[in-house]
Design a protein around this ligand. Structure first.
Ligand code: BGC
Length: 416
């Protein structure tokens, strides 16, 4: 807990300036309900409790946050927003544009956040130069999580290309192990497809297709090949994959029932919660063919426009979240890496250290790119259209990669 003293002192400073009649409750909406996620959230609850703030939990189960975003919409529409909500990318932009978010710029300026948070993320944490959200972490989706004992048992090694990945999955299949642990829910399949596209076409192609929405890229042979590659992966799942929660898929790898899961680094939080050690019990590799690129999704806390008596608690939450000690302690447990670039990697395991180095390198090389599936490349309507087409293809409702690209272009054009 490096510099804990400094961080607590500064947050306490904000608490001290609060008025006696202030509501000292932080009401937080989130979808962190798995074992690893809850453990990470406890770090925040603990830090705020030390400063005298009570925690009012609004958990809405459902990986990827779909249910949470529906619940949030209802609270905001009823004029009863939470102090803050976990939120992804363009969802925050929408609330900001609708004038629903508050203003924490004075704290941001005092603490110099603009200097330490990557510019790419500030697009989502600020509106017209005003800070209205804080980035809790940087997750990335282009990872694979491998059970080390199973890998050794089947005589496998790190796959560096998509073809090597398929060869490795074949080895697992031949050895009678479930090769790929997957949760067949639209957001999970779409999250995996982000990586498949970056691997198949390269990160520049990914950007052209998903960030620029270039129609020629969206309907290209490369996009068709990406869908074909996605279809190949389906052959390695077990028959019960449909509808499975992401953390249950992680548990299959933890137990050694399956070799690998393709998932964002929140999966690492589950390994941690099960007392598994990176490098010893499990291995983390970038999705084959995407090393050097980071397809990110950052959890932010959107700061809603709350009445005056709730603002001190909101500022205390923002201040605690952005402290160097919290960004280290929370992300060690969550599986993500800090959103501040000045947090030492000392407390992180080898996957976390790689994650931190990867973010810095990718950011410098123009290879730090928002996740389409996780609402960091496009607004929710477009991301939703993407989920839809990917899942229909994966479950056989759209039968060929040819029709998949046609449907993708159609759905995206209708949504944008
Ligand atoms: C969030 C993670 C979360 C995951 C699964 C993602 O959208 O960014 O924080 O752990 O969903 O619930």
């Amino acid at each position: 807990m490096l510099m804990a003293g400094v961080a607590l002192a500064s947050a306490a400073g904000f608490a001290a300036s609060a008025h006696a009649a202030d509501d000292k409750t932080v009401q937080m909406l989130h979808w962190w309900t798995s074992g690893g996620e809850a453990a990470a959230l406890n770090v925040l609850k603990g830090d705020l409790a030390k400063e005298g703030f009570a925690w009012k939990d609004v958990p809405v189960a459902g990986g990827g946050g779909e249910g949470a975003m529906t619940a949030l919409k209802a609270m905001v529409a009823a004029g009863n927003p939470p102090t803050a909500s976990q939120i992804l990318g363009y969802f925050a932009v929408d609330y900001a544009e609708a004038g629903k978010l508050g203003d924490i710029t004075s704290l941001a300026t005092k603490e110099n956040w603009a200097k330490v948070v990557p510019t790419a993320l500030q697009k989502f944490t600020t509106t017209n130069g005003k800070w209205d959200a804080v980035p809790v972490n940087i997750h990335s989706v282009n990872w694979v999580w491998i059970n080390k004992a199973v890998l050794e048992k089947i005589g496998g090694t790190e796959p560096k290309t998509f073809d090597e990945f398929i060869a490795l999955l074949d080895k697992a299949k031949a050895a009678g192990v479930i090769p790929l642990a997957l949760g067949g829910q639209p957001w999970q399949e779409a999250t995996m497809f982000d990586s498949v596209v970056a691997s198949t076409g390269g990160i520049e192609f990914y950007k052209k297709a998903f960030v620029d929405l270039d129609e020629s890229a969206l309907k290209s042979d490369t996009m068709k090949k990406s869908f074909d590659n996605l279809a190949k992966l389906k052959a390695y799942t077990d028959p019960n994959f449909a509808g499975r929660d992401w953390n249950l898929a992680t548990a299959m790898v933890i137990k050694g029932d399956a070799l690998v899961q393709v998932m964002g680094d929140w999966a690492k939080g589950e390994f941690k919660a099960a007392n598994k050690e990176a490098g010893k019990d499990f291995l983390c590799y970038r999705f084959p063919g995407t090393d050097g690129s980071v397809i990110y999704n950052t959890d932010m806390f959107a700061m809603f426009n709350v009445p005056a008596d709730r603002k001190a608690a909101q500022l205390a939450l923002a201040d605690a979240t952005m402290s160097i000690s919290f960004q280290s302690a929370f992300n060690v447990v969550k599986g993500s890496v800090p959103a501040r670039m000045d947090v030492p990697d000392t407390a992180f395991d080898i996957c976390g250290k790689k994650g931190i180095a990867d973010v810095k390198a990718a950011n410098a090389d123009g290879k730090f790119v928002g996740s389409m599936a996780q609402n960091y490349a496009q607004p929710p309507a477009v991301a939703g259209a993407y989920h839809d087409v990917v899942t229909k293809f994966f479950h056989g409702e759209i039968k060929t990669s040819d029709s998949a690209v046609t449907e993708l272009v159609k759905a995206i054009n209708a949504a944008k």
